[in-house]
Ligand binder design. Sequence first.
Ligand SMILES: [Zn+2]
Length: 83
Amino acid sequence: MTKHKKLTRAGGVTIPKDMRAATGIMPGIAVDLNETEDGILISKHVPTCCFCGSPERVISFFDSEICADCVEVMNEEVQKLAE
Ligand SMILES: [Zn+2]
């Protein structure tokens, strides 16, 4: 499905309601914008760990996304400081 939209002065674009419904990209959710050879691809944001890039067991912490495995490694390092 291709639709024609104009950008706002601020660079925004409204995604048509039927496209939002079909893709699950609803108001308020985060999206990823990726430059491709054909233009810009908008997709649902998939949280990934800021350290290792894993999308598994990711939590948000102070505006960063971190996986449970990296949290465990950090916790081990903190335990070493206490020794
Ligand atoms: Zn990680």
